[in-house]
Design a protein around this ligand. Structure first.
Ligand code: FES
Ligand code: FE
Length: 429
């Protein structure tokens, strides 16, 4: 699916300061096996996964989805229903159940409210989640005006809304530092959502993440991608000559774009604390294509501060569930939402400049064509992987060097699983 670098490295690595793939390979651990049937199918294991995922930050939405105070949306986050609401202070998030006897507070996917009133016995909460009314309540543990719904961490960076059930705020700050210069240049604050697509597919979430951390499959599955984009992870699977050609193209592009004052590669993989990682960098789509569209030409107005298209791709991921790509004309994010041990939701979202008008400045079908095509190809092969790995006789295979990030992800995941019992998980406040 998505095609990134250096999860295996998890340390600062300059893209153009040396051989890209050498950097990518350097920490590849050939002894890491792929996911086992137990890791992919055990219900008990999935419960453990949700605890790991509760500590991750996830990109949920864009501020343009909340145009007025009181606008709220309900999301699934690490197996929990959460409400994100805009209020006078900004944004708040809380778990979607009442403090009294736990009834679900918001039963619609979105709406606008001046307060949240529980449908069961009508306890009322303000837009920050503080209890405002609890008729006849004598509980010593509940205080009207003080008690609040279980809080979910929400952070807004350049118009993008991130949330986590239990992550430390400091881990977001470190990631935000990495992302901020790129997001500011693309002016994602002023972007808007052009549209989104959802797929619910069979398969454990790790099968999907495993797919998007490697591009070994790209040459086999994604002919359009190989035609349009000459990413190093693609060229390295084709031939050394082509990869060398890419490196030359990338070096020229890097110099040209740096002279324009546009942000360039030179980015890092970041893992401020062991349970978190994030990556962001900027590379050329290729020497000809300006963006990932059917023709390689722009399909929407320039976004952000760019005065001319430079054909760059800003690429980032935040933890194992969020992927973000931004081109000169549109942005794209993919979120994995693990639903059950054998079911995963994929939420694909496209962003364009906030003042772009659909039908006049862009067609959503053109903006979404590339990643929709690519993800559908991935979904087909992931289903086959799901079927094969379901065999009682399946034994985990070995990753190749071209799947170094997937191997890095599998190692990271197993470390989290091992450490889980030792990590002191802060309770929701
Ligand atoms: Fe919400 Fe009783 S469960 S008021
Ligand atoms: Fe793919």
């Amino acid at each position: 699916m998505l095609h990134s670098k250096c999860l295996s490295g998890l340390k600062k690595t300059k893209i153009f300061s040396g051989d890209y793939m050498a950097n990518y390979y350097q920490d590849f651990d050939a002894s890491v096996p792929s996911f086992s049937r137990h890791e992919l199918q055990s219900v008990e294991n999935f419960e453990a996964d949700l605890k790991i995922l509760a500590r991750q930050w996830v990109l949920l939405d864009h501020i343009s989805s909340f145009s007025a105070v009181g606008d709220y949306k309900v999301f699934q986050l690490a197996g929990e229903s959460v409400v994100i609401v805009r209020n006078e202070q900004g944004f708040s998030g809380f778990l979607n159940f009442c403090l009294h006897r736990g009834a679900k507070l918001c039963n619609k996917s979105h709406g606008r409210q001046s307060a949240f009133t529980c449908p069961y016995h009508a306890w009322r909460y303000d837009l920050t989640g503080v209890l405002q009314q609890a008729t006849a309540c004598t509980s010593k543990r509940i205080t009207v005006g003080e008690s609040r719904l279980k809080e979910v961490s929400v952070r807004v960076e350049a118009g993008l809304i991130f949330a986590s059930l239990q992550a430390e705020h400091s881990t977001f700050s470190a990631s935000a530092e990495l992302f901020a210069p790129f997001l500011a240049w693309h002016n994602t604050s002023a972007a808007k959502i052009a549209g989104s697509k959802r797929f619910v597919a069979k398969g454990n979430w790790k099968l999907f993440a495993d797919n998007f951390f490697e591009c070994y499959h790209c040459r086999v599955l994604h002919p359009e991608m190989c035609e349009l984009a000459v990413h190093p992870k693609i060229t390295s699977t084709i031939s050394a000559v082509q990869h060398e050609q890419y490196m030359a193209v990338a070096q020229d592009w890097y110099e040209k774009v740096a002279a324009l004052g546009h942000p360039v590669g030179e980015r890092q993989s970041l893992m401020p604390e062991q349970e978190h990682f994030s990556v962001m960098y900027r590379v050329p789509v290729d020497s000809v294509s300006l963006t990932l569209s059917k023709t390689g030409q722009l399909v929407a107005p320039l976004m952000g501060q760019a005065k001319v298209a430079d054909g760059g791709e800003t690429f980032g991921y935040l933890g194992p569930l969020t992927l973000l790509n931004i081109y000169n004309d549109y942005g794209y994010s993919l979120r994995l939402n693990p639903i059950s041990v054998d079911e995963t939701e994929l939420i694909l979202t496209w962003f364009v400049a906030g003042d772009a008008v659909e039908g006049k400045d862009y067609q959503f079908a053109e903006v979404s064509w590339f990643w929709l095509t690519t993800v559908q190809q991935d979904l087909e092969i992931i289903e086959l992987a799901r079927q094969g790995t379901s065999s009682r006789f399946y034994q985990p295979g070995d990753y190749t060097m071209l799947e170094a990030d997937s191997a890095g992800f599998a190692s990271w995941y197993r470390r989290q699983l091992q450490q889980q019992n030792q990590i002191k998980v802060p309770d929701l406040v």
